[in-house]
Design a protein around this ligand. Structure first.
Ligand SMILES: [Zn+2]
Length: 440
């Protein structure tokens, strides 16, 4: 550092640089018109713009303010339990300016701090003057408070997020979730996988070692960094040698998953309308009744489940009966239209406001498992009828949900072809060879 007394003329502005014992240089601008700084400028910029010129001392009488001003930037990553004023204090903000911040119009965005968020101060020292406070709420959103003539002005900065298609594949050795996470797939995406294919694959029972799956999904990026994942756009799941495929598409009002031929993966009925522990009695037209010891056909399936396990309507429809039926105990019957009806018996209770004539949606809770009527233990007795004829609920051919219209299909097919190609092009060689072997 140059310790000699020197004076410089720069763009008509004259600067006096004084050497003092500590080695610090004092900057004494004779004019405010001083934006270009020489190489040995005494201002140490850590971040942000050069302080406003009007902030700089102009009078030689204000000797104590005639010190080098440095803008110091400090960042704190919030921890659980951090309070705003304590954190600001720790970051060097004085009490007067903390009060000013809390009076600003948008101060409430500072009142819901969460662990992991970043709070950054830019303070002019030694005048101890906060110039700017930023709260990075997410990678996308930053709240900025800038010192102004009237306290602090507020601005929300949005960093644009870009969405790209990303690809992942995995082979199951122990479980979908363990091997999926090991392959770098988030649990959120894995939950989407089980949701998409739940109509064809029972993920609790059917998945086996050697099953494979592949995904094309939305990857959200900011400045080239992965920040979040969105929807699965296309997926393949090979279960026990059978290949299932799903493509996300908006057909009319609904966005759903379809096969490459445009068939909805969603079915008109859920296979089993309760989360059961086991099938305690199968559909059997010639069964010996456990109580009466006579041949009595068992016209449905019994699903063993704890008392009060929710029972869902297996499809969209209208309630046609709610109440007690001899032997069946508390019972609900749903009419799904086109000749389809389902019956739910031995219920402990009904969902609130469930009355005959009301519409119910697929998956809606209509009642709770019980042991009413002639039942030897808590279970759901479930019947499935087509035009009055009892069907085996476990094996009945369940129709696909409302198919695409012809126009929708015409638009979908070329898209599906493109997506298929993209998926194929993303497969590892190993995965491609595996699929090729299955197709032979
Ligand atoms: Zn039964």
């Amino acid at each position: 550092m140059d310790k000699s007394l020197l004076s410089k003329s720069l763009l008509g502005a004259s600067f006096t640089l004084l050497a003092i014992g500590t080695g610090l240089l004092l900057w004494q601008p004779a004019s405010l018109d001083s934006s270009p700084l020489s190489d040995n400028t005494p201002i140490r910029q850590s971040a942000g713009p050069i302080p406003e010129k009007a902030e700089l001392p102009t009078s030689e009488y204000l000797q104590d303010r005639n010190q080098p001003q440095t803008l110091q930037s400090t960042t704190a990553v919030l921890q659980a339990g951090d309070s705003l004023s304590r954190t600001l204090s720790r970051l060097g903000v004085n009490n007067r300016q903390i009060a000013e911040l809390l009076q600003s119009d948008e101060h409430q965005v500072l009142s819901s701090l969460k662990p992991g968020q970043k709070l950054t101060t830019e303070i002019l020292t030694p005048s101890d003057d906060l110039q700017r406070l930023t709260l990075s709420e997410t990678r996308e959103q930053t709240h900025v408070f800038t010192k102004s003539a009237q306290g602090f002005s507020y601005q929300l900065d949005i960093t644009p997020m870009e969405t790209v298609l990303a690809y992942k594949e995995a082979t199951i050795q122990s479980s979908l979730f363990v091997d999926g996470v090991r392959a770098g797939i988030s649990e959120k995406l894995l939950a989407q996988v089980t949701d998409i294919f739940r109509w064809d694959i029972d993920f609790a029972l059917d998945v086996r070692k050697g099953d494979r799956f592949a995904l094309l999904y939305e990857q959200k990026m900011i400045d080239g960094e992965k920040v979040a994942t969105g929807n699965i756009i296309a997926a393949q799941f090979v279960n026990n040698g059978r290949v299932f495929e799903a493509m996300r598409y908006q057909a009319g009002e609904r966005t759903d998953y379809f096969t490459r031929d445009g068939l909805s993966l969603r079915r008109a009925f859920i296979r089993s309308p309760v989360d059961f522990t086991r099938v305690s009695s199968q559909f059997n037209p010639n069964r010996l009744h456990p109580i009466f010891k006579t041949t009595r056909p068992h016209q449905g399936v019994d699903y063993s489940a704890p008392i009060n396990t929710p029972v869902q309507s297996s499809g969209d429809g209208k309630v046609s009966f709610v109440g007690e039926m001899k032997g069946y105990g508390n019972t609900v019957i749903i009419d799904h239209g086109q000749g389809y009806t389902t019956l739910y018996a031995h219920l402990n209770g009904f969902a609130e406001n469930l009355i005959a004539g009301r519409s119910v949606a697929q998956g809606e809770t209509i009642a709770y498992v019980g042991q009413t009527g002639w039942a030897t233990g808590p279970h759901l007795h479930y019947e499935f009828r087509i035009n009055g004829v009892y069907q085996n609920p476990e094996t009945v051919d369940i129709p696909f949900d409302s198919p695409m219209t012809k126009d929708e299909l015409v638009a979908f097919l070329p898209y599906a072809q493109k997506l298929s190609k993209r998926l194929k092009g993303s497969h590892s060689q190993d995965f491609s060879e595996y699929l090729a072997r299955l197709e032979r």
